[in-house]
Design a protein around this ligand. Structure first.
Ligand code: ITT
Length: 197
């Protein structure tokens, strides 16, 4: 089966390619560079559907889209769907994470808990739609570390690591991230829904 991946984020493309190769190697994932729709939904699911619908309409193929972000408990789930633009109108990952660290400067553990969230939408040519969600719990470090990943990875320390492993995802390898991430958890939820493609 073939699907179009409706994202303009090259990091997401790379991660999806690796996750699909691991979990559903027979699935052919095609890039998409069509017009970017306005993401004015207030939920991850709404925005994922907006992106997947646009790509499905434009290509006539089944389309996948990811809408994702970091939800900080003490901020009531913010930045959430606003993660890409947290510090302003430009997508500036460094400014975003610096602002978030500033907002949490008075917050100590265990109140720095947060989750990465990924919602993947699947829109089929017949118009049927599904969404799945993956969550990755962790906490925010007090300063960025590591060259890897993208977005908030340099300040996110996932739960459940071996004692003493305080690395941020920015310090993880791509393979380590893809084995555990919100995006790979969401994709694993999606696999049973791909048999109908
Ligand atoms: P597309 O809409 O084209 O897919 P985008 O980067 O704008 O690309 P989103 O609107 O879903 O995607 O915004 C997601 C933001 O959430 C992203 O820019 C990061 O700031 C953050 N984010 C999502 N997944 C992440 C991850 O795996 N690691 C770090 N930050 C992540």
């Amino acid at each position: 089966a073939r699907v179009v991946l409706a994202t303009h984020n090259p990091h997401k493309v790379e991660e999806f390619q690796a996750i699909v190769a691991e979990v559903r190697p027979d699935l052919e994932v095609i890039g998409y560079d069509g017009p970017e729709p306005v993401e004015d939904g207030v939920t991850f699911a709404a925005n994922a559907l907006i992106k997947a619908r646009a790509a499905a309409q434009h290509t006539g193929l089944p389309a996948l889209a990811d809408d994702s972000g970091v939800a900080v408990d003490v901020l009531g789930g913010s930045p959430g769907v606003f993660s890409a633009y947290w510090a302003g109108h430009q997508k500036d990952a460094t400014a975003n994470l610096e602002l978030l660290l500033d907002q949490l400067s008075d917050v100590a553990d265990p109140h720095r808990s947060a989750q990465f969230v990924s919602v993947i939408a699947l829109v089929r040519p017949d118009g049927t739609e599904d969404t799945v969600e993956g969550r990755w719990p962790g906490r925010l470090a007090t300063s960025p570390a590591g060259p890897g990943g993208f977005g908030y990875d340099p300040i996110f320390v996932p739960d459940g690591q071996p004692a003493g492993d305080e690395r941020t995802v920015g310090e993880w390898t791509a393979a380590e991230k893809n084995a555990q991430s919100h995006r790979s958890r969401a994709f694993r939820e999606l696999v049973p829904l791909l048999v109908t493609l």
